[in-house]
Design a protein around this ligand. Structure first.
Ligand SMILES: [Mn+2]
Length: 319
């Protein structure tokens, strides 16, 4: 059980490019410290993720980018699995370190630790820490924690029984689910939305059985376009982007084609592109990507991907 240290000044740190679960955990904990008159501040390495900014404003808390830890006695590290995620902040060796995290294989050693890889969000764990220290869970804290859970469970898709129990508890503390869903909703920026629409305009479409395979080319946001094409109905999308001195390819596959055809974009296709592309490719079942400086090899790369798809699925018919 984590007990709040008394009479000490506490730094709360989370991982760089802090996401919603990180910011929600840190701000809820800071508000809890505030209730107990414990002096504390939040420190973030380098930057906070765009999608977490609304939440930070709602919390009313301040953060400091790359703070000087000499001004603190104790450091709480939340939602951070490895020291590299704190760069350029270094974990002090002469201070008490509290680690609260839900990641697998956390590599940060604390003087006090609450590490539970079974939990789906650090916010789930912060609720327990706050209650163990008799913090009153007010509406704001409840909303923050619920936001972290909604975000890290991908809107409850990864939630388990415990998550739902905690969610009901937060609702009883007056968390407002509709408000929280608005808080975590961040539509992509204009340029990404425009590119997605453009990318779905000049498609090459192929068919195999009831599967749809599409090829597209855009000037940027290739991964977002590839994802968008699958959500529009493609089973495999392959999107090319030519930069000044680089060619990038991003591909996505639908859940259906992965499970029914055993397709693995990373293993079957993108990890085998090294020779043809002279670049680096890889991925996993649902996603493949490639970067290469050899722009002139574009048509060969496309031909290779096409042939590998036919090898794995069967003949592709142009429609
Ligand atoms: Mn998390």
């Amino acid at each position: 059980m984590i007990r709040f240290p008394k009479g000490k000044k506490i730094a709360i740190l989370v991982h760089h490019n802090a996401d919603i679960d990180a910011i929600a955990s840190a701000t809820a904990l800071l508000l809890g410290f505030g209730q107990k008159n414990i002096r504390a501040g939040i420190g973030i390495p380098n930057s906070i993720a765009r999608q977490a900014k609304k939440l930070l404003v709602y919390s009313g808390c301040n953060i400091k980018i790359n703070p000087d830890l000499n001004n603190f006695d104790v450091v709480f590290i939340l939602d951070t699995a490895v020291p590299e995620q704190l760069h350029p902040i270094k974990i002090p060796i002469d201070k008490e370190i509290y680690v609260i995290d839900h990641h697998e294989n956390t590599r940060i050693i604390g003087t006090e630790e609450y590490i539970s890889p079974r939990r789906k969000a650090t916010c789930e764990m912060i609720l327990k820490v706050l209650k163990d220290n008799n913090v009153r869970i007010d509406k704001k804290i409840a909303n923050l924690l619920l936001a972290g859970i909604v975000s890290d469970t991908n809107h409850f898709r990864l939630a388990d029984k415990v998550t739902f129990k905690l969610v009901v508890e937060l609702l009883n503390y007056n968390a407002d689910l509709k408000f929280v869903l608005d808080l975590v909703n961040n539509p992509p920026e204009f340029s990404e939305r425009l590119t997605k629409l453009k990318g779905s305009k000049n498609l090459e479409i192929y068919r195999h059985k009831d599967y749809l395979i599409v090829f597209s080319e855009v000037h940027n946001h290739e991964a977002a376009v590839a994802r968008g094409l699958v959500s529009l109905g493609a089973d495999v999308s392959v999107v090319f982007t030519e930069k000044k001195d680089e060619l990038r390819v991003s591909a996505r596959a639908s859940r259906t084609i992965i499970s029914k055809e055993n397709l693995n974009l990373g293993q079957n296709i993108f990890s085998k592109l090294k020779e043809v592309s002279g670049g680096n490719g890889g991925g996993h079942d649902a996603a493949g990507s490639l970067n290469t400086y050899h722009k002139e090899r574009k048509s060969n790369i496309k031909k290779f991907i096409f042939e590998k798809l036919e090898e794995n699925l069967g003949k592709l018919e142009k429609i």
